[in-house]
Ligand binder design. Structure first.
Ligand code: SF4
Length: 595
């Protein structure tokens, strides 16, 4: 333990501010809490007493963030005439989602107070940092792990000897020498935010698109100590845990103990309202029976598994050094869907070297047939430092030079196809992953290839229509609207078709509509082979198709679920007892009208 003379420090202003811009308020930064928790051990109790943590979101303006930080720091003086003030330090966590805004904040901060020492850390500045503007603006950069090195750097800046180098390779001590950060979660964090926790760091696998492939191995925290920390959090009321372990099921004995920890608490609270929600990231081809046995015991809405499939294409897998037993993965997914209540979030990546649209479609269809609850359609990103860069020349990979460095073109996928896929992924999220449209999705996905069926809908074209200000505030606003000329003026424009079954709006088939006033959907099944919306009227009855046939029928999902467990229970909803294939009775709140 280091002890410092802090008699010259003023009592009020902090000397060190730890800060980052989270993607959303609900994400509480685990990295910053590690730095805070280790400040006393490696920087000294007095520095810890003068360190504060301030989190913002990327939605806030850089000017506001900079002003808030400056107000927090005061003028930097000691309050004693003639005394030399130690430097004030601001440590920024820099990630792919915040690097642009953080660069601006750092610029403003240094403009206003050049004497403030800015220290950077985080994955976005740990590799290929030489040409980064934010690194040029900062005073110091810690690459890799910062748990120990940040505190030591602060100590050196305040107490000498001054560091000689601007870029410092972060120390990577054994995990038992790193203080766990969980006591740094406030009561407010526990009540309103996702709590990130980790039982291990690193990954032994080598998937080349992933930063964790550089780790070479995984390290586990002492499990007894970790579970004791989890228990303290649970006793304090925490119910919402997101494990950031890259491969939760790597060491099955440890996975079993953690699952049993939560099951014990669920059973102890049996009969009482327990809104426990835990999230793990697992590899799909490693699910031994004893792990399955515990997973099967979790009640609906309490367990979410994130399962990266990325690609079912063996050639692509081999090219990017991803080891995955596809048959075993499919078998395990089938078991999870049919035999457990776990909510399954699966991932696919489009744009991997050598992956064509056709081979991706085959993988998608294989995954879709297994019916996981969500399929996230991602596009390859060339993250700084990842080995996927070795394919750039051979596969003519073009990436956006700006974050998030998304693939724009490959030797087998042209730019237009990638753009089309981007739109498709967005609509897939709105329609399939939202869980709102359980009745509608089978209509949209009908055909030998569900991917081809979904791709066949020309989505995302058309201009934003004028809508009443009231509905503009509370509606989904998709960037498509009614483009069929015979319907212009027939239907208020906030009630808009999302998809057509073919490239021609005059073709027969189901039409999906989203009511932008209430966010529910309707499906219009055309009875008329010559066109689904002849003159905006039902061709058989001659009556207007609105509101009855185009009315909303899917249950609405609350827009602001307080935590993912709430949303999940809403998505799963009560069982639908309507006969298969029958479109449900339409219930509409009547917020749309026909002119
Ligand atoms: S994708 Fe998953 S399994 Fe592969 S290296 Fe990254 S964390 Fe490990």
């Amino acid at each position: 333990m280091f002890v410092f003379d802090s008699s010259y420090m003023p009592d009020s202003a902090p000397r060190i501010v730890l800060t980052t811009l989270n993607a959303k308020y609900i994400h509480a930064s685990l990295g910053l809490r590690y730095l805070l928790a280790n400040m006393a051990r490696y920087g000294g109790e007095d520095l810890r007493a003068r360190t504060v943590l301030r989190e913002f979101t990327i939605a806030r303006k850089p000017e506001e963030i900079s002003a808030a930080l400056l107000a927090e720091l005061g003028d930097g003086s000691t309050g004693e005439e003639g005394a030399i003030a130690p430097p004030q330090i601001v440590g920024f966590g820099v990630y792919i989602w915040n690097v642009r805004q953080t660069t601006e904040v750092v610029r403003l901060l240094k403009q206003a107070r050049p004497d403030i020492k800015v220290v950077l850390g985080g994955p976005e500045v740990s590799y290929e940092w030489e040409d980064q503007e934010i690194v040029a603006l900062a005073d110091y950069l810690i690459t890799g792990w910062g748990d120990v090195s940040f505190a030591k750097l602060c100590r050196a800046l305040c107490h000498d000897p001054q560091p000689l180098m601007k870029v410092i390779a972060g120390e990577q001590p054994p995990l038992d020498q790193i203080a766990m950060p969980y006591a740094e979660f406030s009561a407010d964090d526990l009540a309103h935010r996702l709590l990130y926790v980790e039982a291990s760091r690193g990954c032994p696998f080598k998937c080349e698109f992933c930063l964790s492939s550089l780790d070479k191995t995984a390290w586990a925290f002492d499990l007894d100590s970790f579970l004791a920390e989890l228990d303290t959090l649970y006793q304090r009321g925490a119910r919402n845990f997101k494990f950031v372990d890259r491969t939760f099921n790597l060491k099955v004995d440890a996975s079993l103990r953690i699952l049993q920890f939560f099951l014990d608490r669920l059973q102890a609270d049996a009969g009482a309202e327990n809104d426990l929600f835990i999230h793990f990231e697992v590899i799909p081809d490693h699910l031994p029976d004893r792990l399955k046995a515990l997973i099967a015991k979790f009640p609906p809405g309490s367990l979410q598994l994130e399962i990266g499939i990325q690609s079912f294409n063996p050639e692509v897998q081999q090219r990017i050094s991803r080891r995955q037993d596809n048959d075993k993965s499919a078998e395990n997914l089938h078991w999870l869907v049919t035999q457990s209540h776990a909510h399954l979030h699966t991932d696919l990546i489009f744009g991997l070297p050598g992956e064509t649209l056709e081979s991706f479609a085959q993988g998608f269809d294989r995954l879709y047939a297994l019916r996981p609850h969500e399929i996230q359609l991602g596009i390859l990103k060339r993250l700084r430092g990842t080995p996927i860069a070795r394919h750039s020349v051979a596969h003519r990979m073009h990436y956006d030079p700006l974050p998030p460095y998304t693939a724009q073109q490959t030797d087998v996928v042209d730019a237009a196809t990638l753009q089309r896929f981007t739109r498709l992924a967005r609509y897939w999220d709105l329609l399939a992953n939202s869980g709102r449209f359980k009745q509608t999705m089978p209509l949209l996905m009908a055909g030998p290839s569900p991917f081809a069926a979904f791709l066949a809908f020309p989505i995302g074209s058309g201009k934003a229509a004028k809508r009443p200000a009231a509905s503009r505030r509370k509606c989904w606003w998709m960037d498509c609207s009614i483009t069929s000329p015979q319907h212009k003026g027939k239907i208020r424009m906030w009630f808009a078709p999302v998809c057509w079954p073919t490239t021609s709006p005059a073709a027969p088939g189901p039409i999906l509509l989203v009511c932008k006033a209430c966010s529910r959907t309707g499906v219009h099944q055309s009875p008329n082979p010559s066109g689904p919306w002849p003159n905006g009227k039902n061709a058989t009855t001659g009556k207007s198709i609105v509101p009855k046939e185009l009315c909303c029928h899917e249950p609405a999902r609350p827009r602001t679920a307080r935590h993912p467990g709430d949303a999940l229970r809403q998505i799963q909803g009560p069982p639908d007892r309507r006969p298969a294939g029958q479109l449900p009775q339409l219930v509409c709140p009547g917020r749309f009208s026909v002119r």
